[in-house]
Design a protein around this ligand. Structure first.
Ligand code: KG4
Ligand code: ZN
Length: 364
């Protein structure tokens, strides 16, 4: 039987500085503490995450969140078995801040160091929150990532498809900027769409006419820009209703793309006759009610369970990093102090690389 492990996790790959303590075994772990220090206010004036500002803020805050996470868990560094840290993919300056902090802890205490792939953290979250049995299908949709993963074990990920350009969250953020709505764009677009008519503007569903699970969102953003400009040219400006209709039409297009591509990914997954078929989502965009509703309907139609972790564990956090580290450490895996930070780090190294860089690092 695997012994109970207590793991300190550190996350700093994008715009959240986070630390957490998780205790347990791979088949049943508990979050003892999870502290997230966001940077939204620091980047608000720039229309996106500024890597240099993010890196500096991580370097300033990482020690503090580690201390807070240990205090909240009522533990000291003596009580932990190992320290797990996001080693990529992500903005390199931020990743380095976390990795250097974790190395410092490891060097000072002699505790083992485990480098974790940020995407593995997201992809294993359904195991941490709900012990979802392997294999499950994961749709990871955030501001920096969008991919379908077949998760067959703690280190066994097969990418079935992903975005070839923007991530959906990035597209929501750009849509909000085009329409004069605040950042982060997803919640603002969703709120405006509530009173809008999703059928008023015919926006494209890129790549739906092609087979497979790859997606594209950048053409949708350009189409929104053209539609907005045509509307302004026609009437001399945008009314509140125009804005709501543009948001609703945009949101419906994203939901349609994700639902149709999920249907295809589900077909591939269900063909393997998994005993407990589950589609799980993670990432900030998984908070969108229209997208959730579309995926819930799809799952009901195919007799598949739908799993969506609580929002705080969908978005970036260190509990998922601690848990992914726990899964590696439980089977004797660890890294030495030579651990490197990696801006790009695909989870499925057998899959061909996707196009596009993305503002928040690799869409690996
Ligand atoms: O996972 P996350 O917190 O950070 C990373 O990207 O790593 O995701 C943030 C993204 C932002 O682009 C934000 O606009 C989007 O998630 N988002 C949403 C909603 N809430 C957050 N997108 C659509 N609808 C929402 N309700
Ligand atoms: Zn993330």
């Amino acid at each position: 039987m695997t012994r109970t492990l207590t793991i300190l996790g550190i996350e700093s790959s994008c715009d959240d500085t986070a630390a957490a303590v998780v205790r347990g075994v791979p088949d049943g772990a508990t979050i003892l503490s999870s502290v997230v220090h966001g940077q939204t206010a620091l980047h608000a004036g720039f229309g996106g995450v500024v890597p240099e500002i993010a890196a500096r803020a991580h370097a300033e805050k990482v020690d503090i969140v580690v201390e807070q996470a240990l205090n909240c868990a009522n533990l000291s560094l003596d009580d932990i078995d190992a320290v797990a840290v996001t080693a990529g993919p992500g903005l390199i300056g931020g990743v380095l801040s976390g990795v250097m902090c974790a190395k410092g802890i490891s060097a000072a205490t002699g505790k083992p160091l485990i480098g974790v792939n940020h995407l593995a953290g997201h992809a294993l979250t359904p195991r941490l929150t709900d012990r979802v049995p392997f294999p499950y299908l994961m749709l990871l949709v955030s501001g920096g990532h969008c991919q379908f993963l077949l998760v067959a074990g703690p280190g066994d990920f097969t990418r079935l498809g992903g975005t070839i350009d923007d991530a959906p969250g990035e597209a929501f953020d750009k849509a909000a900027r085009l329409l004069g709505l605040p950042q982060p764009g997803g919640p603002a677009v969703q709120a405006a769409a509530e009173t809008g008519n999703p059928a008023r503007f015919a926006l494209p569903r890129p790549l739906l006419d092609r087979p497979g699970c790859d997606m594209s969102f950048s053409g949708l953003k350009t189409a929104l820009l053209r539609t907005r400009d045509a509307c302004i040219a026609d009437k001399g400006g945008l009314t509140r209703q125009d804005r709501a209709d543009l948001c609703a039409s945009f949101q419906r297009a994203v939901a349609d793309i994700l639902a149709e591509k999920s249907r295809r990914a589900l077909d591939l997954y269900l063909a393997k006759t998994p005993p407990h078929a589950t589609l799980a989502v993670a990432g900030g965009v998984a908070a969108n009610t229209e997208i959730r509703a579309a995926l819930t309907t799809l799952c009901a139609e195919t007799g598949t369970d739908f799993n969506a972790p609580p929002l705080a564990l969908c978005t970036d956090n260190a509990a998922m990093i601690a848990y992914a580290g726990l899964c590696r450490f439980a089977v004797g895996d660890q890294d030495g102090l030579a651990l490197s930070a990696r801006p790009r780090w695909p989870l499925d190294t057998r899959a061909a690389p996707l196009l596009g860089g993305g503002r928040k690092g690799a869409k690996a």
